[in-house]
Design a protein around this ligand. Structure first.
Ligand code: GAL
Length: 686
């Protein structure tokens, strides 16, 4: 369906059939007097904008009271945009209910675990399980679809906005009722639920479905499987809302693709997007950089994961920022070059659209200090010039539109169930960060100049020669079988501490850790050895210069299969001289285990050893490894190499060839990357 979107984008008013990348923003004309609109369209054209998302937070304006509708302003802006050659990704406008609705129907308001109501005054104050909210929202969706079905500016539907951004966990009575229905569908009988939740523990046995509640504020740790199921349920009910809106849109406008903007970024973990992706016609994502030592690695990781969720097909970057945001404790502006570099990393990982929040920086409201394409300073500004410059670059990159990401040889598996379960309370350590561990592996591969795909457990895993599964904690039996088969058939599996420990009900696989992976790995662990804050475990990388330092976790490993090779030892401490990293050859492949948190530096030192049996090496020239990220998109006849300078130094790229679409060369014709610069080269397909 992404091709439908692209073909609609291609049919601008001039009917130009050439592919193009989409460029634009959330556009909130209702915040501005009418006279600003004409200037907006003119500046959009100047910047190369060809799509905007409209009406995201317009419910109160479109439906000022229950039985009053005001579409006049929206008709006018849709017409103006169309006349200006700009397509519209039209929101269903249901993201934030208007005051008349929350006043008349306060039962739509979400409730926290401790019973507090989340009142109106901000946004997204609705319960995903409220039948009253659903009815009002779908009425609005129907009105929008009926009104704009045939509007020539309409290129896509934007369901709600960032579903679950502020209301993912609701503990209200509506949620309790819906949770019970969800549990009935999952378990059928109370006996099955009692077994799955392990309710023999602490006298929690249920004798009636009505006794079951969401994990509200309790006297001590709530039942862990109840917590895990509530997370699954909360993701599912938002997905259900997405489907309900989508079904109305498909009924009334069957030819218009439907999307909703995901939030694959940082620690946003409530929504299982791997499971949502099949519900929409193309995947969209919002991403914001949170400054820190791995900030751009994190950007690349997120974009990469979105591509994994989209099955390697093109996707849509719905929001990111031109410069500062407003919601961090300190909101720093982007440096020169960051705007283009950040955008192009998303494109490299498969984005066929680069959009921002938002077009014109607000003069009032909670987001007035959030950057935009047109800043408070106006169009005569460095920022707007950078925005227009990026518009030009995206025009040059038009041939990339519609191409797929070329698969790497290394895959990193990212799994929502394991993310949710591994970070629950009452565990060996409360300091474990699932996403950070995955990001550290990714950063280490970037440091070695090795391409990797971040993929989900729904992906065809056999296409990777090396599969890294950091903290793959939840291991249903079929997944353990699949990984075993993967390694036997020639794949090289690398996993870490706290993997394979529990089944889908969060029950321990008995007999020693790592439970379901014990045989495959040829090791056995009787007790975990988490480290206290500040405590470290030196690791001897056996044959590699220098030592690595483990934090967070150690394991007392016994090798149970003589074929197991010990790749690294603990050097001192409780487990001195015992294995820290192991590898067991199996069938045509192998299965390796890393028992401590080595961080990016330690993993960078260890990885060459782990990758050796697969023969995976960097594709970058010597001098560029570590400084440059390489990402490849491809079509039937071309490969597009995106080379991203990860550093603040100039990097020459001797030996890299192809037609230079974006970037510069020195006098000898060598491609040179200025600090934070990106070059794009086209090569014939392999
Ligand atoms: C997103 C949201 C936008 C805007 C933006 C600011 O979460 O969808 O409406 O609030 O953040 O960074």
């Amino acid at each position: 369906m992404i091709s439908t979107l692209l073909s609609q984008l291609r049919h601008g008013p001039d009917g130009d059939p050439t592919p193009r990348l989409a460029y634009g923003a959330d556009y909130n004309p209702e915040q501005w007097p009418r006279e600003v609109w004409e200037e907006d369209i003119r500046l959009m054209q100047e910047a190369g904008v060809n799509i905007v998302s409209v009406a995201i937070f317009s419910w109160a304006r479109i439906q000022p009271t229950e039985n009053e509708w005001d579409f006049g302003w929206l008709d006018e802006i849709m017409d103006l945009l169309h006349a200006g050659g700009i397509g519209v990704d039209l929101a269903t406008a249901t993201a934030s209910p208007p005051p008349w609705l929350s006043t008349a129907q306060p039962e739509i308001l979400p409730v926290t675990a401790s019973g507090e109501t989340l009142w109106p005054g901000a946004r997204q104050h609705w319960r995903p399980t409220s039948p009253v909210f659903r009815e009002h929202a779908l009425r609005l969706v129907r009105k929008m679809a009926e009104r704009y079905a045939n509007h020539p500016a309409l290129v896509a539907w934007h369901v709600s906005n960032e579903l679950g951004c502020h209301n993912v966990y609701d503990y209200s009575d509506d949620a309790a009722r819906a949770f019970r229905d969800w549990l009935r569908a999952r378990y059928t009988t109370l006996d099955a639920l009692n077994h799955a939740w392990g309710t023999a523990f602490w006298s929690q046995r249920y004798s009636d479905w009505e006794q079951i509640l969401p994990p509200r504020l309790a006297a001590s740790h709530p039942n862990p499987t109840q917590q895990l199921d509530f997370k699954r349920f909360s993701s599912d009910v938002l997905k259900d809302h997405l489907r309900a809106e989508r079904d109305v849109l498909r009924e009334l406008t069957p030819g218009v693709p439907v999307t909703t903007n995901f939030m694959v970024m940082g620690n946003t973990k409530g929504m299982n997007y791997a499971d949502w992706a099949a519900e929409i016609d193309f995947v969209s994502n919002d991403h914001y950089v949170v400054p820190g030592p791995q900030d751009r690695d994190e950007l690349s990781f997120s974009a990469n994961l979105v591509s994994g969720i989209a099955g390697g097909r093109p996707w849509f970057l719905m929001e990111h920022s031109t410069s500062a945001v407003n919601w961090q404790p300190i909101n720093v502006a982007k440096r020169p070059g960051d705007l283009a570099r950040d955008s192009l990393v998303h494109v490299a990982h498969g984005a066929d659209a680069v959009c921002f929040f938002q077009w014109r920086q607000s003069a009032a409201g909670a987001e007035k200090y959030h950057s935009a394409m047109v800043p408070h300073a106006g169009a005569d500004s460095e920022l707007f010039r950078a925005v227009a410059g990026l518009g030009q670059t995206l025009k040059t990159l038009a041939p990339v539109a519609g191409t797929e990401r070329e698969p790497a040889r290394v895959g990193i598996v990212f799994d929502w169930d394991s993310w949710w379960a591994s970070e629950q309370d009452s565990h060996p350590t409360a300091q474990l960060s699932y996403r950070q561990e995955a990001l550290d592996w990714y950063s280490a591969l970037l440091a070695l100049g090795i391409r990797a795909d971040v993929v989900t457990t729904q992906t065809e895993l056999d296409r990777y020669q090396v599969l890294i599964t950091p903290v793959l904690h939840v291991m249903p039996a079929p997944l353990a079988k699949e990984l075993t088969r993967y390694a036997e058939n020639g794949g090289h599996l690398i996993t870490t501490y706290f993997s394979g420990v529990v089944d889908e009900n969060d029950h321990i696989w008995l007999g020693g850790y790592p439970g379901a992976l014990r045989e495959l790995l040829g090791i056995r662990i009787e007790e975990f050895g988490p480290l206290l804050d500040g405590e470290t475990a030196d690791v001897d990388l056996d044959g590699v210069d220098g030592a690595a330092t483990g934090t967070l976790w150690t394991d007392r490993i016994s090798v149970t299969d003589p074929a197991v090779e010990v790749l690294a030892h603990y050097r001192g401490g409780t487990y001195a001289d015992r294995p820290a990293v192991t590898r067991r050859p199996t069938g045509q492949g192998s299965a390796a285990y890393v028992s401590t948190r080595l961080g990016t530096d330690g993993l960078t030192a260890l990885l060459p050893k782990l990758l050796a049996p697969a023969g995976v090496h960097s594709e970058l020239p010597d001098g560029a490894r570590g400084s440059v990220e390489l990402i490849v998109r491809r079509s039937a006849d071309s490969r597009y190499l995106f080379l991203v300078n990860r550093t603040d130094e100039t990097v020459p790229l001797a030996g890299v060839s192809g037609d230079l679409l974006v970037g510069r060369t020195d006098d000898d014709g060598t491609v040179v990357l200025a600090p934070r610069d990106v070059a794009v080269l086209r090569q014939p397909a392999l």
